[in-house]
Ligand binder design. Structure first.
Ligand code: SF4
Length: 734
C-alpha cells in the first residue's frame, strides 16, 4: 500500500493542487476506499476488479453476507496486494442516487414513466419486431461493451444473432482494442497477446509505444517498478507522459510518426546484423520482402518524417540490440490510429526479427483497456463467432451449433457491421432500432455531434445501464435497469489471458437485474427461450463456453468450474489439461509455433498513410486525447460518483498547452480558452505544461465535451476510430 501510494502520488491531483500523503490523514475526507473497520467480522470472499484490464484481485469483506468493504488481495498473482484508486472505490459507486431502479419508458416524447419488467420486455419485443417486419431483420442492431462478464457477452451475442436474427452488433471494444485483434490475427493466426505480467519483472529492456501505464495501468507499472534487473525503459510517445518521465529514453515522435520510426529502427537493426536469423528462418514468413521494404527508411527519412534525430534512432536500436529479454508494449496511442494495425505489426516485426517472443521477459504485447475486453474479443459474437471461431467457416458453424444444440441455419455466414458502419446505417435509415448495453456512445463516440444526431434519428433506442443519467440513457425510449459489478456473478478475462471470477456481494437496487437475467427475460419474451434452455446461470454458461473454446488456441476446457479458477488465483488460457498446474504463468509461442497453418508468424507492412487531418495555418494545433488520471474511467459514468475519486482530478475540462505556445497566445494557467475544430467547439481551462511539444495540445477523453472535436477516421483493417490526432485552433478570450 505504501509503495503503490508513493508511485501514484506524483500523478494524482486534487481540485486545489497536487495530492499529498498528508491529505490522506484528513478524517472522513480522503479515506481511501471502503476499508472495513477493525472491529468488523472477518468473513471475506474473492473477486476481481471491474474497471480495467489489469484484473486485480480484491478481497471483499462481508457483514451479514453483504460487502461492507474491500482490500486488494495480497496473494493474487496479478496485483500482489495493490490496487489503484478506482479499485479501492469500486463498491462506493454502486450507491449513487441516479442508479436505474426500474424500467423506464418514454412514449411520445414525454417524461419517462416507470413500468414493470413484463411491460418492458413486451415493449422491447413489440417495437424491435415491428421494425424488423417493416425494414428487414438487419434493421436492428446492438452496441455492447468490454465491461460485462463473458457469460453475459455470449448470451447477448447469441440472443441477438441466433434468436432475434440480426447480423449487426458490435462493442465499445471497437474503440480501444480492434486494432490489436486484427494485428494479432494477421500476424500470429489468432488474437493472442502472448505475455504474462511476470514479463514486466523479467525484461531487461521494456519499450512502451503509445502507452502510459504509470497512469492508465498503474498496477502494471508497479510490476515494472518491481523489476530486479535494473531494466532500460524506453517510451515512444509525442508527450512527456508520466511513464516517459521515468524512462531512460523518451522518443517524442510526431503524432502518428510511430510507424515510420519503427520501420527506420527495423532497417538499422538489419543493417547492423542485430537480428536473430535462426529464429526468423525457423518461425517466420515474409522477412526478405520486409528487408526490401524498409530500405527507403533511412535515418534522414525518419528524421524528416518523425522529428526524431538520427542519434535518438540509433540509441533506440542499440538499446533493443543490447537487451537479452526485450518486451514491447503498446496501448491506445497505437490502436486509436488511422493506421493502427500496420503500426502494431511494425512492433510485432521488431519482436520477431530479434527473436524477442516466446521467452520470459519478451513479447509484442498489447495491453488491453477494459476489464473484460479479452472476454469480448472471444465471446461477444461480434468480431468472431463464439469462442474465436469464424462465421464464414462451415465447420466452425457446425461445431458451435452442435455444442449449443441449435439449428446451424440460425448462425449468420458473415460478420455484421462494425460500430461506425452501424452508425452510418442509422444515418441512411437502414438501421431503425438500436440496443445499447453498458456503454455510452453519446459521449464516447468520435465526433460527438454526429453520434448524438444519429442516435436521435432512431425509431427505437433501448439503453441497458446502471445509471439513468448517462448521455445515452437520457436519449433512451426504453431504459432497462442493470446491476453492476459486485451485484452479479460471472468471469472476466484480463490482459494476460487470465480468467477471473467476479462475485455478487450486494443486492442491486430496486428492480435492477443482472444483465444475464435481462437477456434471459428478453429471450423468453421473444419466443426463443428454448434455444437458451441450458443458459440458466452464469456458471452453466461457463461450461458451454469451455466447450466452445475446445481445440481453439484459447482452449480452457481443462478448467473444472469457478471454484477451480478461484483456487488457482485465476487461470490463463490455454488450459486444456486439468492435470496441468493451473497456477503456472504461461507465455504463448514458447515452442516457436504460431497459429497459422504452417506454424509461422507473418511479417506485415505497408507504406504509411498521411495524417488524415494535419495541422494547417487555419487549424495550427494537433489535439491529442487520452486518459487524464488514474482516478477517472472512460465517460466517468461510475468514477464521477465517488467523492474520493472526484477530488483526485480537475473537475472542469482542461487543455494542456506548451509554454511557448501559451506565451505566443498570451494565455496563463487557469485561463478559460475556446478550443475549436471543424466539427465542434468547447471551452477548457489552460494547463501550461512543458510535457507538451510546441504545436500539440492534450485533452483527457473523460470530459463530456472532448469528443466534440475529434475527427472520424478509422483504421482500414480494424475499423477502430482514430481518436489521437486532429487539427484544432485555440482562441483566447478577450
Ligand atoms: S489497476 Fe485496474 S483492475 Fe487494478 S484496481 Fe485499478 S482499475 Fe481495478
Amino acid at each position: 500500500m505504501t509503495r503503490v501510494l508513493d508511485n501514484l502520488l506524483p500523478v494524482l491531483h486534487t481540485k486545489d493542487g497536487p495530492f499529498t500523503r498528508e491529505l490522506l490523514q484528513e478524517p472522513g475526507k480522503f479515506g481511501l476506499g471502503m476499508l472495513p473497520a477493525k472491529s468488523e467480522p472477518q468473513a471475506t470472499t474473492q473477486s476481481v476488479c471491474g474497471y480495467c484490464s489489469t484484473g486485480c484481485g480484491l478481497t471483499l469483506h462481508l457483514r451479514n453476507g453483504e460487502a461492507s468493504g474491500l482490500t486488494p488481495t495480497t496473494d493474487y498473482p496479478v496485483n500482489l496486494g495493490m490496487a489503484c484508486p478506482k479499485g479501492w472505490e469500486a463498491l462506493r459507486v454502486l450507491q449513487a442516487e441516479d442508479r436505474a431502479t426500474s424500467p423506464l419508458l418514454r412514449d411520445g416524447g414525454r417524461q419517462p414513466r416507470e413500468i414493470s419488467w413484463d411491460e418492458a420486455a413486451n415493449t422491447f419485443v413489440k417495437r424491435m419486431r415491428a421494425i424488423q417486419q417493416r425494414h428487414g431483420p438487419d434493421s436492428v442492431a446492438f452496441i455492447s461493451t468490454g465491461q460485462m462478464t463473458t457469460e453475459e457477452m455470449a448470451f447477448l451475442g447469441a440472443f441477438a444473432k441466433f434468436g432475434m436474427g440480426t447480423r449487426h452488433g458490435d462493442g465499445n471494444t471497437r474503440q480501444c482494442m480492434a486494432t490489436s485483434v486484427v494485428a494479432y490475427k494477421q500476424a500470429f493466426g489468432f488474437d493472442a497477446p502472448p505475455y504474462t505480467y511476470a514479463d514486466f519483472e523479467e525484461s531487461d529492456v521494456l519499450v512502451f509505444i503509445g502507452s502510459n501505464p504509470c497512469l492508465a495501468h498503474p498496477i502494471m507499472w508497479e510490476r515494472v517498478m518491481r523489476n530486479p534487473h535494473d531494466p532500460k525503459i524506453v517510451v515512444i510517445d509525442p508527450r512527456m507522459t508520466e511513464t516517459a518521465m521515468r524512462a531512460d529514453l523518451h522518443v517524442a515522435v510526431r503524432p502518428k510518426g510511430d510507424q515510420v520510426l519503427l520501420y527506420g529502427v527495423a532497417r538499422l537493426l538489419i543493417e547492423n546484423g542485430w537480428i536473430n536469423q535462426d529464429f526468423i528462418e525457423a518461425h517466420t514468413h515474409g522477412f526478405q520482402k520486409f528487408v526490401d521494404f524498409v530500405q527507403p527508411y533511412s535515418l534522414e527519412h525518419v528524421e524528416q518524417e518523425t522529428g526524431i534525430t538520427a542519434h535518438a534512432v540509433r540509441r533506440l536500436a542499440e538499446t533493443i540490440h543490447q537487451g537479452e529479454r526485450v518486451s514491447f508494449w503498446w496501448t491506445m496511442g497505437v490502436n486509436q490510429s488511422h493506421q493502427g494495425v500496420r503500426t502494431a505489426q511494425a512492433i510485432i516485426n521488431l519482436a520477431l526479427m530479434t527473436g524477442n517472443i516466446g521467452r520470459p521477459g519478451t513479447g509484442a504485447n498489447s495491453i488491453t483497456g477494459q476489464c473484460n475486453a479479452m472476454g469480448s474479443r472471444l465471446f461477444s459474437n461480434t468480431t468472431n463467432l463464439l469462442g474465436g471461431h469464424d462465421f464464414a467457416n462451415s465447420e466452425h458453424r457446425r461445431k458451435v451449433a452442435s455444442i449449443l444444440e441449435m439449428d446451424e441455419a440460425l448462425i449468420p455466414r458473415e460478420l455484421g457491421w462494425p460500430y461506425h458502419r452501424i452508425m452510418e446505417g442509422i444515418l441512411r435509415g437502414e438501421i431503425r432500432g438500436l440496443w445499447v448495453i453498458c456503454t455510452n456512445p453519446a459521449h464516447s463516440w468520435i465526433n460527438q455531434h454526429f453520434a448524438q444526431d444519429v442516435l436521435g434519428r432512431l425509431d427505437f433506442l433501448v439503453v441497458q445501464d446502471m445509471y439513468t443519467t448517462t448521455e445515452t440513457a437520457r436519449m433512451a425510449d426504453l431504459l432497462l435497469p442493470a446491476a453492476g459489478w459486485g451485484e452479479k456473478d460471472g468471469t472476466f478475462i484480463n490482459s494476460e489471458r487470465r480468467i477471473g471470477v467476479i462475485k455478487k456481494v450486494t443486492r442491486a437496487p430496486g428492480q435492477a437485474l443482472a444483465d444475464f437475467a435481462i437477456f434471459r427475460l428478453l429471450a423468453h419474451h421473444w419466443g426463443c427461450g428454448d434455444l437458451f434452455r441450458r443458459w440458466t446461470s452464469p456458471e452453466n454458461v461457463f461450461q458451454l463456453l469451455k466447450e466452445l473454446s475446445r481445440d481453439q488456441p484459447c482452449d480452457f476446457s481443462g478448467i473444472a468450474d469457478y471454484g477451480a479458477i478461484e483456487a488457482a488465483g485465476g487461470i490463463q488460457w490455454p488450459y486444456r489439461d486439468a492435470e496441468q498446474d493451473a497456477g503456472t504463468e504461461r507465455h504463448l509461442f514458447s515452442d516457436g509455433r504460431f497459429f497459422h497453418q504452417d506454424g509461422k508468424a507473418r511479417f506485415l507492412f505497408e507504406e504509411p498513410r498521411p495524417l488524415p487531418e494535419p495541422a494547417s495555418e487555419e487549424w495550427p494545433f494537433t489535439l491529442l486525447t487520452g486518459r487524464g488520471s488514474a482516478s477517472q474511467w472512460h465517460t466517468q459514468t461510475r468514477t464521477a460518483k465517488s467523492d474520493v475519486l472526484r477530488k483526485l482530478y480537475p473537475e472542469d475540462p482542461y487543455v494542456e498547452v506548451n509554454p511557448s505556445d501559451a506565451r505566443e497566445l498570451g494565455i496563463l494557467p487557469g485561463d478559460l480558452i475556446t478550443v475549436r475544430s471543424q466539427r465542434g467547439v468547447l471551452e477548457a481551462k489552460v494547463h501550461v505544461a512543458s510535457t507538451m511539444q510546441p504545436g500539440q495540445v492534450f485533452m483527457p477523453m473523460h470530459y463530456d465535451v472532448t469528443n466534440r472535436l475529434t475527427h472520424p477516421t478509422f483504421d482500414p483493417y480494424s475499423s477502430q476510430p482514430a481518436y489521437k490526432a486532429c487539427a484544432v485552433r485555440l482562441e483566447p478570450h478577450a
